[in-house]
Design a protein around this ligand. Structure first.
Ligand code: B3K
Ligand code: ZN
Length: 844
């Protein structure tokens, strides 16, 4: 397969002045007519008239009204063209009903919908399908469906047709079309300059009742972007459509966002608090793309983090404002360590701005998104909040309507602040997570902190230069008072010392407050010091971090030395759980153990080969011991955290329920599930029903309870995804693969639906001890399923291959089993480019 390189960038040789499209919809034979005005650029670096096209049946082509016969070549066509502006017309036929890849125009539950990012538009018609080609689009849809939608504003409609005009020039990846017998939840928003915008969430009949929360989130997002970034919406209408079959969460098409139904539909009875929070965040994310992504887009796909990193950063700010800032930060760091760190420290490591790819869909990664956002957070911390605002204003001013690069982005910061960002830029080009080693000295009232940075080699990058790393620090006195408030140290050298004078005693440092940089901090510490920080740190993130470190140390000694759970840590936890002055959501997070996969990584980093079964056993023993330690207070804590008022998906209630759920799971270890069964019966919302079911799955009556859940919800797809996933997530290590396999044979399993496939296979990959069971059954099942899915849906297949990326952590027997499965996948007939690239990189 061909490899594409950042260094090879050449602009397209033609301007596209306007695009007119007509769709004549039919499930197996949709006709797409295009009429596009091109004008050749003077002195074009690449004067070839090449239009992308894939899986298209060309019916006819014309230039300025005269038939032409273009040459069909790999990936598209070329054609001789006049030297002056001309009109290109083509008619193609496509087969949406047969499109199981869910890219281009496809059908889902009887409706037509599109997904064009990154390179799906070329499956709709011949076009320069690249983000730096921007044009206005007018679209006519002919079809018998009740609702016919495209981007922009509606310009006309009649029996069996509708027309839309998007006046804002956009790249083809933001094109969208939806046609179906849909119903809407309507509302409106008045922008701060007084423009009324019609808002709709379109769903299948029956789902109307699940739109109110998403609509509210949309209006909050629109207001927030005006208030915080000064960005107003720019069309008369904003449509969101819920689709059941979708490869990812949602898509920011101009004025017509398309959502995986799991990321927009919500009701108290069917959605958990976590679902509500995620829906709010994704609605905001897609909406925020209107400015960071759509009005200002990417020059090429190597610049993907320009829009994704920034938009993730913006949606995190939004969630922090709507909910709790420290809780959001802790959740994000947990996710970063769970998803991005393994990527950055394994065979799939790549910089936030990659320099090469075979299939760009394989680079919609935690590194591009989440590390991309972390890089922006560091930039903001380095230049300060006011300078950040100034730079962003300049960015919108200078680049509105353009397709930009990371260089453009950094230049606005340089121009707005006068700061040289050439060293900072390394964050965009170097892969790998920096390790920052801390050493300390104290003498004569002066405390000296020495920080040393290094980044391990990653594929293609053996040596790394030192980066600029903002390290936040505060100092505590030995009695627990804060003696130096948070300040930012700028680490720019490989090794650098910082001094703090005038101290009465050796301080306890609280380093990397708010997790100011995506690095791994290495510092000799003791459990006593960690417990001290857990009790006294003024920075909530570092308080949590201290607890997390204690939890990790306890697990590690349990696994490596067969030790009992650390008594001091158990005491500290007990104190914390009972401390009603602390935010319940925060307490729930402190009570949530580090993931077993993370413990495996820690062991590996310390030169111990992780045994997944032992890690599992340690987790079970720890939870059992904690439950016993808290035995007398559990019923009271359970009662005190139970929310009686009618369910509201707000942050406070969600925090209480999260804590309550943690307590219920501990309680269930002692009472055999009595309380959980009562909660299950009484629950009027999915959060409590699901928490009770999850607790019961490990108790004796798990199976019958699960059956009851199935009977109640079998007609609700999204709830059924929970049912499929939970069984695999809760399965014992030696049973997980079998449970997952049986579920793939269930009448309601359908691998063509990405949500259902991920519910089962994603849960298997997430069941650490089950997936890595020494039998290798988990590896084999996943490989079989991936091979079967690849011919239907390469994108979802390739993405899930990353379950194997951590293979190098494990013992040689497991490594051999994984290698066999990866080689089996690689040998599969007609393997997609997507999956081929992923597996080859993992195996390298
Ligand atoms: N931009 C889309 C992701 C497209 C993924 C293509 N494989 C959603 C988002 O980040 O908002
Ligand atoms: Zn995005």
């Amino acid at each position: 397969p061909e490899t594409f390189y950042l260094k090879d960038y050449k602009p397209f040789g033609f301007e596209v002045e306007a695009v007119e499209l007509t769709f004549k919809l039919a499930p197996n034979s949709t006709r797409v007519l295009s009429k596009i005005r091109f004008s050749p650029k003077a002195n074009a670096a690449d004067p070839r008239f090449f239009l992308h096209g894939e899986a298209l049946k060309l019916i006819s082509a014309k230039i300025d009204g005269a038939p032409v016969t273009p040459e069909l070549i790999a990936g598209g066509l070329i054609c001789d063209t006049p030297d002056s502006p001309f009109t290109w017309e083509s008619e193609v036929e496509i087969d949406p009903a047969a499109n199981t890849a869910l890219e281009g125009l496809y059908m889902s539950s009887g409706m037509y919908c599109t997904q064009c990012e990154a390179e799906g538009f070329r499956k709709i018609t011949y076009y320069p399908d690249r983000p730096d080609v921007m044009s206005t689009f007018s679209v006519r849809i002919e079809g018998n469906e009740k609702v016919l939608l495209s981007n922009g504003n509606p310009t006309g409609a009649g029996e069996g047709w509708a027309e839309w005009l998007d006046p804002w020039p956009k790249p083809a990846y933001l094109f969208a079309l939806v046609a179906g017998d849909l119903v809407n939840h309507a509302d409106s928003f008045t922008t701060r300059s007084g423009k009324d915008v019609e808002l709709n969430i379109w769903v299948r009949p029956g789902d109307e009742g699940k739109c109110a929360f998403g609509m509210d989130a949309l209006k909050k997002s629109m207001k927030w972007d005006e208030d915080v970034y000064g960005r107003e919406y720019d069309l008369d209408i904003f449509n969101i459509v819920a689709v059941d079959d979708f490869n990812m969460g949602a898509m920011e098409n101009k004025g017509l966002n398309i959502f995986n139904s799991s990321c927009v539909l919500a009701s108290p009875e069917t959605s958990t608090d976590a679902n509500f929070e995620r829906i709010e965040a994704i609605i905001a994310h897609e909406y925020f793309h209107n400015w960071t992504g759509n009005r200002i887009t990417c020059r090429d796909w190597f610049q993907l983090c320009l829009k994704e990193g920034l938009t993730v950063f913006r949606d995190a700010q939004f969630t922090a404002d709507m909910r709790s800032e420290p809780v959001k930060r802790i959740e994000d760091v947990i996710a970063l360590r769970a998803r991005q760190f393994p990527e950055d420290n394994g065979p799939l490591a790549h910089p936030p701005r990659p320099e090469q790819f075979q299939e760009i869909n394989n680079f919609y990664t935690a590194t591009v998104y989440e590390k991309g956002a972390e890089v922006i957070g560091m930039l903001k911390r380095l230049v300060g909040d006011d300078n950040y605002d100034k730079a962003l204003d300049l960015y919108f001013d200078r680049h509105d309507g353009q397709a930009c690069t990371i260089e453009d982005w950094l230049k606005v910061f340089e121009d707005a602040t006068g700061r040289d960002l050439s060293q900072f830029k390394l964050w965009y080009s170097q892969a790998g997570t920096p390790q920052v080693t801390v050493s300390e000295a104290y003498a004569g009232g002066t405390y000296t902190l020495t920080l040393a940075q290094s980044t391990p080699p990653t594929p293609g990058q053996p040596d790394k230069a030192p980066r600029v790393i903002p390290i936040t620090i505060g100092l505590l006195s030995p009695n627990g008072d804060e003696i130096r408030a948070t300040e930012v140290l700028e680490l720019t050298e490989a090794e650098q010392s910082f001094t703090f004078d005038g101290l009465a005693a050796k301080p306890v440092p609280s380093i990397l407050r708010e997790f100011s940089a995506p690095v791994i901090l290495k510092r000799e510490s003791t459990n006593a010091e960690r417990a001290f920080l857990l009790a006294h740190d003024t920075d909530p993130f570092n308080r949590w971090e201290a607890g997390n470190a204690l939890a990790t140390e306890t697990r590690v000694t349990m696994v490596t030395e067969g030790a009992a759970p650390d008594a001091a840590y158990l005491d500290a936890l007990e104190k914390l759980v009972r401390d009603d002055t602390l935010d319940p959501a925060f307490r729930a997070l402190v009570l949530s153990p580090p993931s077993q996969s993370e413990i495996a990584q820690t062991l590996h980093d310390r030169g111990v080969t992780p045994d997944p079964q032992k890690i599992y056993d340690a987790a079970e023993t720890f939870a059992q011991t904690l439950a016993q330690q808290l035995e007398t207070s559990l019923p009271r804590l359970y009662a005190a955290t139970t929310v009686d008022s009618p369910y509201q998906p707000d942050a406070h209630g969600a925090g209480l329920r999260a804590l309550n759920g943690r307590i219920l799971s501990l309680l269930t270890r002692l009472d055999g599930g009595e309380q959980a069964a009562r909660q299950y019966q009484a629950a009027d919302n999915m959060t409590q029903q699901y928490a009770a079911l999850a607790a019961l799955m490990k108790a004796e009556n798990g199976e019958s309870q699960s059956q009851a859940f199935f009977d109640q919800w079998q007609n609700d797809r999204l709830v059924m995804d929970k049912w499929f996933g939970l069984q695999v997530a809760c399965a014992a290590p030696d049973a997980a693969a079998k449970v997952a396999m049986d579920l793939t044979r269930h009448a309601l399993f359908d691998m063509k639906n990405p949500n259902r496939f991920r519910a089962v296979m994603g849960a298997l990959a997430g069941n650490h001890a089950g997936f890595h069971h020494k039998s290798g059954a988990g590896y084999t099942l996943l490989a079989q399923q991936l091979i079967a899915l690849d011919s239907l849906n390469p994108q979802t297949t390739a993405r899930m291959c990353s379950a194997f990326q951590t293979w190098a952590r494990y013992d040689s027997a497991r490594q051999a089993l994984i290698r066999t499965e990866l080689e089996r996948i690689l040998a599969a007939e007609d393997l997609s480019r997507d999956t081929n690239e992923m597996v080859s990189r993992i195996l390298q």
